[in-house]
Design a protein around this ligand. Structure first.
Ligand SMILES: Cc1ncc(COP(=O)(O)O)c(C=O)c1O
Length: 513
């Protein structure tokens, strides 16, 4: 075969490649990328000859060897071909249309045609709304549900990590049980019996990357398009969106100061009801025992599964803690979800499902299909943290800290705003504050507070959806206290009071609203 059989075009004289001798990449790597980019952009076309090694080496002031090695890599990756007596040329079979396409621009007709041929998204949700772009944290941030970062047991955690890597690193190279490390599941079962009244067999426990993953697994298992799902109104947004994304039919049930209004539960078949009985998110109410029993009865009658999201029940400051719904369940109706995001930190991404026996295996299979289980190391460390009693010690310590922060927050609100209505203070990491008459609406106050360096959260901005009650939407603020020091709490509420005092020069909010 010779040049004419191949219909090669003549070699280009100069290749526009810039070699930067100060760059950290090797010269060979830069040349490889330079030629690759010229091919992908269409500058070098299929069957176009490249300059001989020697010529290109002298043009770019490289050694011949460097050029040979770069050409060899391009040949091995399919960009170039070579024939003895012919030279090195761009592979003739590369599909030109795929090579020369410019980046498509949104809104152009070419792009619209292309998108029209795509399969439509099955995901229903507005990502911008769910995960708004991150802003700088305000100086004093009453963000909801964030643990105190200085209380993270860092020294112990790093000792346990080192020890696990040194002595048990077999777990790093194996696929484990998708349901999670047996040691951790046993430790969680031991913790749940006294703490939440749940007698769980470790086989019922599936370790997940937080409650959010649990909700996704459950949605895949139990929710089809148009499945009727009851949720609280207002509801934790992370749960509501998962069910909406699965195209469930959402049935909001109102919540009052005793939690879910069980007299308003829907009639007819319901697949799942999602509830936060220990500390309703966002209002903070605790579901009374009477309502718990009625809810269980309703679930037994309708055949619905109850998803019990017990996100922050590790913190209870007054009154005896009510056992979890799952502890009262006699018909395997409750799917219990727990997390270490609040008690240790959201960054470790460990939570768990306590599943009714019938669901444990299908959920384990789904977890395996999703990601073959959680990472071993974090599970191994956490198992030891629990077994050794360090978790119980850590909880005692942070409960005390959060209690005094909660008290300071309530005292400051009373001091500056009189007898305001506060709910959800019996437990958890946030309170819901009903703005006293005379104060601006929650949105307006939050916007002004932000300018004064204080983060406070109206329901809509605090990860809630299905807010049916307009008064709640306009007049409720969520204030997280767990991650704010007492001096900052005083400063932050003082700043708010300053903004709300119309007689204080300059800073006051314009009340003409
Ligand atoms: C009510 C509720 N459920 C679940 C979660 C998510 O928890 P995880 O970090 O375990 O996914 C949160 C997070 O703040 C929450 O507030």
């Amino acid at each position: 075969m010779n040049k004419s059989d191949l219909k090669l075009s003549r070699p280009c004289d100069q290749l526009p490649i810039k070699i930067d001798r100060a760059a950290p990449q090797t010269l060979q790597f830069q040349l490889f990328h330079g030629i690759q980019a010229l091919i992908l952009s269409g500058y070098l076309r299929p069957n176009e000859l490249l300059p001989p090694f020697r010529e290109l080496a002298s043009q770019l002031q490289l050694s011949r060897n460097t050029v040979i090695l770069a050409y060899q890599r391009l040949i091995s990756e399919g960009y170039l071909e070579t024939r003895p007596g012919v030279g090195t040329y761009v592979t003739g079979t590369l599909p030109e249309r795929a090579l020369h396409i410019q980046q498509t621009t949104p809104g152009t007709s070419e792009n619209d045609d292309f998108l029209a041929r795509r399969h439509p998204f099955l995901f229903h949700g507005d990502l911008h709304e769910i995960f708004p772009p991150r802003r700088l944290r305000p100086e004093i941030d009453f963000f909801v549900g964030r643990p105190d970062s200085t209380s993270f047991p860092g020294k112990l955690w790093s000792r346990l990590l080192t020890r696990k890597i040194a002595h048990g690193h077999g777990g790093m190279t194996e696929y484990g049980d998708p349901a999670g490390l047996p040691d951790l599941r046993a430790a969680i079962a031991d913790h749940l019996a006294p703490a939440r009244g749940i007698k769980a067999d470790p086989d019922q426990i599936i370790i997940v990357a937080g409650i959010q993953e649990a909700l996704n697994l459950l949605s895949r298992l139990l929710v089809a398009s148009e499945t009727r799902i009851a949720i609280e109104s207002p509801c934790y947004q992370g749960a509501a969106y998962v069910f909406q994304a699965a195209r469930a039919k959402i049935l909001p049930v109102p919540v009052d100061d005793q939690g879910l209004d069980v007299d308003a539960l829907p009639s007819g078949p319901v697949g799942v009801i999602y509830v936060t009985p220990s500390h309703q998110y966002p209002l903070g109410s605790t579901l009374s025992l009477e309502r718990r029993l009625k809810l269980l009865e309703w679930a037994w009658d309708t055949g619905a599964y109850i998803i019990e999201d017990d996100y922050d029940s590790d913190f209870r400051y007054q009154g005896a803690p009510l056992f979890a719904l799952a502890g009262l369940d006699r018909h395997e109706s409750v799917i219990y979800l727990g997390t270490f995001s609040k008690s240790i930190g959201a960054g470790i991404r460990v939570g768990y499902i306590v599943a009714p026996h019938a669901l444990a295996r299908p959920l384990t299979a789904l977890k395996g299909l999703l990601n073959n289980g959680n990472p071993w190391l974090e599970q191994a460390v956490l198992a030891e943290f629990l077994h050794s009693g360090s978790f119980a010690h850590h909880l005692r310590k942070i409960r005390k800290l959060y209690l005094s922060r909660r008290n300071t927050l309530i005292d400051c609100l009373h001091e500056h705003f009189g007898d305001s209505l506060i709910s959800g203070a019996e437990g958890g990491m946030h309170i819901a504050w009903t703005l006293p008459p005379g104060l601006p609406d929650a949105d307006k106050l939050a916007a002004c507070a932000l300018e004064a360096g204080v983060g406070i959260y109206p329901l809509a901005g605090g990860a809630c959806s299905f807010i049916a009650d307009d008064h709640q939407r306009r007049r409720l603020l969520m204030l997280g206290f767990s991650s704010v020091s007492e001096s900052k709490i005083r400063d932050g509420i003082g700043r708010l009071a300053g903004l709300c005092a119309p007689d204080r020069a300059g800073a006051a909010i314009d009340y003409a609203i």
